[in-house]
Design a protein around this ligand. Structure first.
Ligand code: GLA
Length: 703
């Protein structure tokens, strides 16, 4: 709902209120937090109504969209220069409520209704700034756009998607950081004093920082307290700056990280930021995650795939790497037959002359030395056995050792007169150029048209380098979205699994196109539990692609019981990354059971409310997640013990989110208890005596 009275703006979905108003021509932020009941009387007295002191003097204000050079000395949301001046003075000019959220040609939240558009003007620089706000059942979308009304060009150095002010409450900041094989570590730190930055300058989202930040009460826990989350719907360079000033007020700026030379905006032209998804919960960090999950399930993911079980795949990578042949792959398919697998995925190594990672990216035609019959024989074999077929591409990549590079050396990103830098023996294609995107689309199309392929794994295995301008970075990302759009349009039923050396591009813009993303190349269940825990802070479980792999694990050398590997992988979209035919009959039987059980539980896992009960980052590796059906009639619990410890008591596990007066059974323990018993008394676990032991519990309401 959007309430407006005399230039006081109140946005609410009944759970949060977000308010700002016009004072002396400037937009002043007023309140963001638990929903307030706002009447006409309170609305007309904005500052008091929203509990904010009516500060005087411009440097004291909490601006709705901060700028440079006007007496606000904190990090600005907008910086524009025209060659003579870097100071702006945007003054409110008008507002309107649009019936629906305008489409601005980038991935964004879907089905947005009423949208507030506030226009501000800098008459000297002849610029108009538009701020957009759309309220959703589970969050708020914001973005900004700048239009050059004059005839001379200006340069944009910064145009954040949102600037959000928080009063001096002593907040903590949570970010998700990492590296290859260790994505989404959860770090929580006091906002402190000064500026904290989380950013990517890699041209892609990055393993290092996720475009997510949370601001939580200093004493908030997983289950209690105010928690605000912000997540940029973008897949390129981004910048999140959290500044705490001398009065302990916190300002968060989130948006695209525009590289040094800025974006030139010619007369009459406009430049828009991507959208940021913002959520609020007064039920702690867990409540914040549940808001994100609902928002993304309802308003971000392609409705065709959202809330539907993704195929249970078996992927060839860890069992064959580049050592592929038709005979080996037929054997791989035979091994998967009758196990409950939906889709066989042929990973890297099937094209060009790709016997290692040093060649052929860009040459998307079948290596006849490995597959003399093309893909026909292996796809026929999948189909005959009731399974679909999927295939790996790395569309944005090119090896110098490839036909494509020899034909078009200028198609790789590069700087004239300088040797390009290789990473994983490859360059990145210049996706800012339409003909490059077109060539890759046509090559993919040739494969997708010739064969019955229902699934693509889209990988991206290195960051950008040798980029000549800020504009190039931005246009590169547009080129990626363009290829996604063309694929989605041409093949609406094609499922595209996102991937970037694991979870290096786990962001909401990729999720707009890809209903799930390979969470990490680290398939060790113990480490993976940490990664999945962190990823779930922002992203719904159904978007986490998790595979069971062999032991000793290829990344850590560790051996973990198969049941635990299955249990951890079941907390998302389950798949396998091993040659099922090479397992013992006992292991095969166990996997058959895992897949059947997963399929029976999938609706609950993919659409239920997530409660994280044990945080492995804080408990020395103990991990527990519970998923409760929206009507509270069922729950699915996975508990993982880290290392076994001598004489270490395990406290009873207290569940959450159930109906305290209802009666439930705990199937695996043959118990009948009330929801209150389960939530306040808890249940004893039974995983002593084993490293990495695990339990799965099914809770069902019977009365
Ligand atoms: C990346 C992916 C892996 C696999 C390899 C293939 O590392 O994350 O799953 O596809 O590329 O080269």
């Amino acid at each position: 709902m959007i309430q407006i009275l005399d230039k006081v703006f109140h946005l609410t979905n009944g759970k949060f209120s977000y308010a700002f108003y016009v004072k002396n021509g400037k937009l002043v932020h007023s309140y963001f937090g638990k929903a307030l009941i706002v009447t006409e009387r309170t609305l007309s007295n904005s500052a008091v109504a929203f509990g904010l002191k009516d500060n005087t003097g411009r440097d004291c204000e909490c601006f709705e969209y901060s700028e440079l050079g006007g007496g606000d000395y904190r990090v600005p949301a907008i910086v524009v220069r025209n060659g003579k001046c870097i100071s702006t003075d945007f003054v409110y000019s008008s507002h309107e409520v649009l019936k629906t959220k305008p489409d601005f040609g980038m991935p964004a939240l879907r089905n947005g209704g009423q949208t507030l558009k506030v226009s501000l003007r800098d008459d000297l620089l002849k610029l108009e700034l538009y701020l957009y706000y759309t309220v959703f059942d589970n969050g708020l979308a914001r973005r900004a756009e700048l239009k050059n009304l004059g005839s001379d060009s200006v340069v944009i150095d910064r145009l954040m998607s949102a600037c959000i002010e928080f009063p001096a409450h002593g907040y903590d900041i949570i970010d998700l950081n990492g590296r290859w094989g260790r994505e989404c570590n959860v770090s929580r730190n006091p906002a402190g004093c000064g500026i904290k930055t989380f950013a990517s300058g890699r041209g892609v989202t990055s393993h290092q920082h996720n475009p997510f930040v949370a601001v939580v009460d200093g004493d908030a826990t997983e289950h209690f307290g105010d928690a605000f989350g912000m997540n940029l719907i973008y897949s390129g360079n981004f910048d999140i700056q959290c500044e705490t000033d001398e009065k302990n007020r916190l300002r968060v700026n989130i948006g695209v990280n525009i590289a040094a030379d800025g974006i030139t905006l010619n007369g009459g032209c406009a430049f828009g930021s991507p959208e940021v998804a913002i959520v609020y919960s007064d039920e702690g960090i867990g409540g914040m995650s549940r808001e994100f999950h609902k928002l993304y399930r309802k308003n971000l993911l392609n409705p065709k795939f959202a809330d539907k079980r993704r195929p249970v795949v078996v992927n060839s990578w860890e069992s064959m790497y580049f050592d592929l042949s038709e005979a080996k792959f037929l054997d791989f398919i035979e091994g998967a037959k009758g196990m409950g697998i939906d889709t066989i995925v042929l990973d890297d190594g099937w094209f060009g002359k790709r016997d290692s990672d040093n060649s052929s990216l860009g040459d998307w035609f079948i290596d006849k030395a490995k597959f003399p019959n093309g893909l026909k024989k292996i796809i026929d074999c999948c189909k005959k056995n009731g399974m679909d077929f999927g295939i790996w591409f790395e569309p944005e990549a090119i090896n110098p050792e490839s036909k494509l590079f020899k034909a078009h050396p200028d198609w790789a990103l590069g700087v004239d007169g300088r040797e390009r830098r290789q990473m994983r023996n490859q360059y990145v294609l210049d996706f800012s150029r339409a003909e490059v995107v077109d060539c890759i689309f046509k090559q993919m199309k040739a494969i997708l048209d010739e064969y019955d392929i229902s699934y693509v794994k889209w990988d991206m295995n290195r960051p950008l380098s040798d980029v000549i301008s800020a504009e190039k970075y931005i246009k590169f990302v547009s080129g990626v979205y363009e290829l996604y759009e063309r694929l989605n349009k041409e093949y609406p039923d094609l499922i595209i699994e996102g991937c970037s050396s694991g979870g290096g591009r786990f962001d909401p813009a990729i999720l707009y196109y890809s209903p799930f993303i390979w969470t990490s190349d680290d398939t060790d269940a113990y480490e993976r539990a940490h990664i999945q825990y962190g990823t779930s802070l922002c992203y719904p479980l159904q978007t986490l692609s998790n595979h069971v792999s062999v032991c000793p694990n290829h990344q850590t050398g560790r051996t973990i019981p198969l049941c635990t590997r299955g249990a951890v992988a079941s907390l998302g979209s389950l798949g396998y990354e091993l040659n099922l035919g090479k397992l013992s009959e006992e292991e095969r039987e166990e996997i058959r059971r895992q897949i059947a059980a997963y399929k029976a539980d999938a609706e609950l896992i993919l659409t239920g409310d997530l409660y994280r009960l044990l945080n492995p980052f804080e408990t020395g590796g103990k991990f527990c997640e519970e998923i409760v059906s929206p009507d509270k009639s069922r729950a699915y619990v996975v508990y993982l013990r880290g290392l076994n410890e001598c004489n270490m008591p395990l406290p009873p596990l207290r569940l959450r989110g159930l109906d305290e007066t209802a009666v439930y059974t705990v199937k695996e323990k043959n118990l009948t208890l009330t929801g209150g018993d389960l939530m306040y008394g808890g249940i004893d676990l039974d995983v002593y005596g084993k490293d990495f032991g695990s339990e799965i519990l099914h809770i069902e309401r019977i009365a």
